[in-house]
Design a protein around this ligand. Sequence first.
Ligand code: ADP
Ligand code: ZN
Length: 778
Amino acid sequence: MAKKNPSLAFDGLALAWLGLTSYSVMRSASGPDTAQSQARLEPLPPPKATRSFFDQGELVAVLTTQPLDRLLDYKAPEGGCFAGAYVEVPLGPRKVMGVVWGAGSGDYDRSRVRPVIRVLDVAPMREEMQVFLGRAADYTLTPMSAMLRLATRAPGLSDPPSMRKVYRLGNGVAGRMTDARRRVLDTLSDYGGLSFTLGELAETAGVTPSVVKGLVKLDAVREEDSPRDLPLPGLDPTRRGKALTKDQAAAAAHLGAAIDDGRYGTTLLKGVTGSGKTEVYLEAVAETLKRGRQALVLLPEIALTAEFLTRVEARFGARPAEWHSGVTMTERRRIWKMVGQGDAQLVVGARSALFLPFRDLGLIIVDEEHDTSYKQEDGVLYNARDMAVLRAAICGARVVLASATPSLESWSNVQAGKYDMVELTSRFGAAVMPDMRAIDMRAEQMQAGRWISPTLQAAIADRLARGEQAMLFMNRRGFAPVTLCRACGQQIGCRQCDARMVEHRFLKRLMCHQCGETTPIPTTCPSCGVADKLAPVGPGVERMGEEAAALFPEARIAVLSSDLFASARALKEGIEKIARGEADIIIGTQLVAKGHNFPLLTLVGVIDADLGLQGSDLRAAERTFQLMRQVAGRAGRSDKPGSALLQTFQPEHPVICAILSGDEDGFWRAEAAEREAAGVPPFGRMAGIILSGTDVAQVFDLGNALARSDAPLREIGAQVFGPAPAPIARIRGRHRVRLLVKAAKGAPLQDALARWTGALRLKGDLRLSIDIDPQSFY
Ligand code: ADP
Ligand code: ZN
């Protein structure tokens, strides 16, 4: 069992400070150092003074985005350059982007050192950003070049400043209205006044550039010259927000005082859905902006940003900068630059927004902090919630973690006194928490191939009669998770993965949820060739839609699943329609659990509350608890009381009981005790090692070799489990084997992992990836 070490309590990432030795050789040399101050959550000491300017010809060390494991020496260009400058340098025959990391090492033949080609016209990288990238690299065992790529995810940064043509809505009429023309005009009006480049507009609207040009001739679209990158419109933090309730005002005052203090600290803002957490943290944003500092709001789901942007606009009189995969390339570059020069006050975005070059970041909000999508699951494996705390600790910012159902990590950090907490205990206005009950499926008369119990059916009928909405929750996309051949008994699997193909009837295809491969739905069995014997088994949301339509032929039914919408915008529109009452029964996957506001919704039915309890995942109970409470929280958000019904075969299961009784503290205490006894996070440390390759024997040989050479792990008292086939043993034709490393809380795990795997030579197409604090075990 893990020993408790009170002075170094787990912090989600405190280990970044716990005496790590350098894994990547290019860590910032001047980075603040280790342990003690962090354990007390105090600001890091200021970086030691380093050289800040290099005259022409002086040696500088440059970090590039190329996968080399070292800094390269160059000569400072004409006019010199600042430390942190973004530069273009020659690398072999190519020109690549890099950042001046510090003074050159001088260990090359000076006559062969080449000069920097030029300094880019963007604000230099701040020292705190260098430190942040170094720490994040150490923590996640990621090469610095990959970290720099994360921090420069804006195309064309090296383009010279210039004017370019942009297109926006004009005053003229389109004359003959074709389909293509209509799409161009719709795109422009949908994006509310934003301008596009020709290529972007044509692509977004799905037309050729000549269609746009035709509209320009008619002045239906206006062509303008515009500087490439403009500051964002100013937000006015002095505008009055909503009048807060007593609870809300107290929470806002607490955050305001923390922001006034101007130092690092993390607050858990806990409050039931609809209690006004967003109103409260918008006050914290206002306080931050008033002090001239920048704020960042992270949201777990792009589909949530639209509603949020509207709220910000109403509150501060202008829209904030938006940063996620749905933002155009031109807009990304603009935001990246404006954030760097302080001309964007507030950024709303996905986890990658954490790597934007803020000039003076004073506040980071992580909304729905428990959400698993904050963990990046490919490329650089980082948890945005933990990295937000790291970044804030380095730059002296406040972090607010908002959730109705916090993660066990955050809950235990509050218990340990590392985070403080403010709580909103009641819903705003007349809304009350839904009444939650179980439907014992053992006592229900179920027909074969049906999943809605008579009790649930009666409750839905009751809502429909009153003109209210009902929602059915089923956390499975598609029509049916399994397609079975009734002749040979085989299930249709993916050719490349160890996964079953899921029927998506709406798309008329079978789809692999691992690799995304799709095939038409076959009529003959691919194994035995017998025709017309294939049958869908088990429910997915689409099938629930059919069942609901059969039971309630009059009702308007909306199925809400990310794959049923062509784009994030279409999804957003779907959600808005539902919120306006244009559906009677909503059927959805976990997408519906995330923060949407449906005022007419008064009943939530969970089709299979047991689904999440079956996993071997150490967080299965926690996830089920959070998800069920979140989903239930969708019901009864305005003046009508709501109820939630959970269909379950095990109503006496402790997790189900905790969900129904709402005894959160009891649940957390029990869950924490179990994890502590097992020495698993947050009371112990874990790392997952995934090995993959096309030759299964080679992958296992590598795994066995690693398991045998575990001396560096044993030195720190860590244990290694495996190799074993990963739960999904094959993806995209690559076999996957995993090892699990467990260590005590204070152990210097990253250092040991680096020494353990560092000596390895990977042959052929073998790959190794290390996942620190793994969240999912697949
Ligand atoms: P949460 O973020 O906790 O889910 P929200 O901040 O979204 O809660 O609040 C839920 C609803 O109640 C929103 O429509 C919000 O505008 C409204 N609301 C919350 N607090 C107030 C207030 N003090 N005055 C007016 N409306 C409020
Ligand atoms: Zn597949």
